[in-house]
Each structure stands twice: as C-alpha cells, then as structure tokens.
Design a protein around this ligand. Structure first.
Ligand SMILES: [Zn+2]
Length: 131
C-alpha cells in the first residue's frame, strides 16, 4: 500500500467551501420549487395553511432537508448525495483520493467536480462500462 499524501488543510477548506456552496445552491433550487408548489396548493386548498407555515418555518432543519430531497429530480438528488458523501470522506480523511484506484485525484478535476469520488481514468472506465 503506497503511503497516502493527504491534502493540506488549506486545500481541503477550499474544496469544502465549494461543496457547501453547491449544496446550498441545490437547496435553494428546492426552496424555489417548494414555493411554487406551495402557491399552487394555496390556490387549490380551501384555507387551512397552518401546516404549510409550519413546514416553511422548519425548512432549515436537517429533518426537513430529507423531505426536501424527495422533491429533487433524481439527478439532483444523486448530486446532493455525492456532495454529502464527499463531505463525509473529508471528515474521514479520504477526500481527494480515488475510491477505485486509491490514487490522488488531480487538483483541476477536484476544482471542477469537487464531489467526484473517482479520478479521471476510473470515471472514464465507469462510463464506458455503460452507466
Ligand atoms: Zn482511480
């Protein structure tokens, strides 16, 4: 097993910021979606909105985050989960290394796709295998 050279704290922090920014963007997307859904529901429903008001107030909580995820399109949901996984890998000190070949992922690649679990080579193999 080759010795892993971990990313330095500064690098990790910049990727972490990128990941969190992406996550917020996604959640804001759902927020918008939720508002649209809400408006429609308000028009259709006959008046009792207390339940929805409660939902909106609770929006920031982690519990509701899971509900929100259900409203994401499957592609976005996958992305969200990949971002979460990447953040978890960061805590475990695995971030920045390919999950398949364990090699360090290039900086350029991480900057472009900070949530990627694979290096370019392994990603291409994945794609060619028909996924
Ligand atoms: Zn790899």
């Amino acid at each position: 097993m080759p010795k892993k050279k971990k990313l330095n704290k500064k690098e990790l922090k910049s990727y972490r910021d990128l990941l969190i920014k992406k996550k917020i963007n996604l959640l804001e997307g759902i927020n918008h979606l939720t508002n649209e859904t809400l408006k429609k529901t308000q028009r259709e429903a006959s008046g009792d909105l207390s339940g929805y008001a409660y939902h909106m107030a609770d929006m920031a909580s982690d519990v509701y985050e899971t509900d929100l995820l259900l409203q994401l399109a499957s592609g976005e949901r996958k992305l969200f989960m990949k971002i979460d996984e990447a953040l978890r890998r960061m805590e475990d000190g695995e971030y920045g290394f390919c999950m398949s070949c364990k090699k360090k992922i290039g900086k350029t690649r991480l900057k472009a796709i900070p949530h990627t679990p694979y290096c370019r080579g392994c990603q291409e193999k994945e794609e060619k295998s028909g996924r």
